[in-house]
Design a protein around this ligand. Structure first.
Ligand code: GLN
Length: 502
């Protein structure tokens, strides 16, 4: 593999600015790497070779002409296939959107284009971001670069695998219940879900609007900070966008990495987010990391958030309710495929039914049915209403414990990467992967996964840092400290030596 690919985005950006490398050289290296590996990994659903190289060439030309460019200009990026890209296929890994070419760009894409980062392609995911393994993609699963017989997490398995396998230094993910952080955990990558509203959702194909958030997928905390600074900030096109600028995350991360300490830090260990159901090695790596934080001067406090025990149940009522309403727009008339009934009259209703029957996969149908049920007149109060009350209790738990500590920590996922097929036929077992990530979505608070070690089989383990709403800067500071104390876990991914191993 080209040694350039092992460098972080921040390092590559500096090399580009100094004129040590060109963006065409770097983008070509990424595309070559994708050509070499993606037949096996299947991180990408669509590649835009020409578009990426054209952007790269333009960056090189402008830089040579002395133009003032964005610090990340020329650094290649991959985008999860649920963010709309003008003229470039956007399928959400669903058959129903096959062949659809969006007429506009998501705000995050506009920002990336304005900053001139070559977009190499769109990454694989569970259909409409529903799943924890990328096995629910209508176009076949993505493989985990650490062990190709295992899942890369989900729903953003494609972005995580692309970054873990050194195909790109940067990728975008979306996180509704953990789809950035859980793939991060099982692929040894860094993934962050910003505070709800900190990054625009305009042009993100909605799964559950009150939970969805776009965020970075990278190999280092500094890269996640740099990418968030680029994509974040207020957007008048998203009514839930926060009217606040992105804080100087990169600067804060660099300072903590240099100092190796965070004076006066109080860390809360959430009692409810460990114990039963968590793999022993995951708990060991978690305890070790907490111990390292203690030795680095942090005060460690055990805190209890009793309502977190109901978070998964509340999520699997609120999320499908929003899914059933958001996915009503896929009617065979406005977007993507259109399937006409094989016999009988061609009415709008029957076209809609035939299209949705053919276009949606089983998991998507399951959630639409569940959502329609919990919103139906006779059950609304019992299910949806109760779930919303639990959501409020979870928010109160967060408010209370954040009065005592600066951040909360937990394992990101209960286990390391599991084998294909292990949980595919058991939706509840699949849903349990989200047990530690969901509370942050329900409360809208920022949360992040950082790789901290590997298990006995050499599979990566993630550590989650959760901060209060709007305290993304604090989360990044703690993540930087955790990274400094844990060493380079991503660097030990066997995909780094792919040529030798395969
Ligand atoms: N695994 C979760 C689910 O299936 C998370 C999805 C997500 O964050 N997009 O709902």
């Amino acid at each position: 593999m080209n040694d350039l690919l092992k460098k972080s985005a921040v390092e590559l950006a500096a090399m580009l600015r100094a004129g040590h490398i060109t963006s065409v050289e770097l983008t070509t290296a990424c595309l070559d790497r994708i050509d070499a590996l993606d037949g096996r990994i299947h991180a990408f659903l669509h590649l835009d070779r020409d578009g990426a190289l054209a952007t790269a060439a333009e960056v090189d030309r402008l830089r040579a002409a002395g133009e003032d460019l964005h610090p990340l200009a020329g650094v290649p990026i991959a985008v999860k296939d649920n963010m709309v890209t003008r003229g470039m296929p956007t399928t959400c890994a669903s058959k129903i959107l096959e062949g659809w070419l969006p007429p506009y760009d998501a705000t995050v894409i506009t920002k990336i284009k304005e900053a001139r980062l070559p977009i190499v392609g769109k990454t694989n995911m569970d259909e409409f971001a529903m799943g924890s393994s990328t096995e629910h993609s209508a176009y076949g699963p993505t493989r985990n670069p650490w062990d190709v017989d295992r899942i890369p997490g989900g729903s953003g398995g494609g972005s995580a695998a692309a970054v873990a396998a050194y195909m790109v230094p940067l990728a975008l993910g979306s996180d509704t219940g953990g789809s950035i952080r859980q793939p991060g955990s099982v692929t040894g990558t860094v993934g962050a879900k910003p505070t709800y509203g900190a990054v625009s959702r305009y042009g993100l194909v909605a799964m559950a609007s009150s939970l969805d958030q776009i965020g970075p997928v990278t190999r280092t905390v500094a890269d996640a900070a740099a990418l968030t600074e680029l994509i974040g900030g207020h957007d008048p096109l998203d009514s839930t966008s926060l009217p606040a600028p992105v804080p100087p995350l990169g600067e804060a991360v660099a300072k903590v990495a240099a100092d190796g300490v965070l004076a006066g830090l109080k860390v809360g260990v959430v009692k409810e987010l460990s114990g039963d159901g968590y793999q022993a090695e995951v708990l060991d790596a978690f305890t070790d990391t907490v111990e390292r934080l203690r030795r680095a001067g942090a005060e460690i406090v055990e805190v209890s958030c009793p309502s977190f025990d109901y978070a998964l149940a509340a999520y699997y009522l609120i999320m499908p309710a929003e899914v059933s309403s958001n996915l009503a727009r896929f009617d065979g008339i406005r977007y993507g495929i259109r399937v006409e009934p094989t016999e009988g009259p061609v009415t709008a209703e029957r076209v809609m039914a035939a299209t949705r029957e053919a276009g949606f996969g089983d998991e998507v149908k399951r959630r639409i049915i569940l959502g329609t049920h919990v919103l139906s007149a006779g059950y609304y109060d019992a299910y949806y209403g109760s779930a919303q009350k639990v959501r409020t209790l979870i928010q109160r738990d967060f408010d209370r414990v954040f009065g005592q500590v600066d951040v909360l920590v937990s394992p990101t996922a209960p286990t390391t990467a599991f084998a294909f097929g292990d949980k595919l036929d058991d939706p509840l077992a699949m849903y349990l992967n989200d047990i530690a990530t969901i509370p942050a979505n329900l409360a809208g608070v920022p949360a992040m996964s950082i790789p901290v070690g590997v298990d006995g089989q050499g599979l990566p383990i993630g550590f989650q840092v959760i901060a209060p709403a709007h305290a993304d800067l604090r989360m990044y500071e703690v993540a930087a400290l955790v990274e400094t104390l844990s060493g380079d876990v991503a660097g030990s991914c066997p995909a780094a030596n792919w040529e030798e191993a395969h």
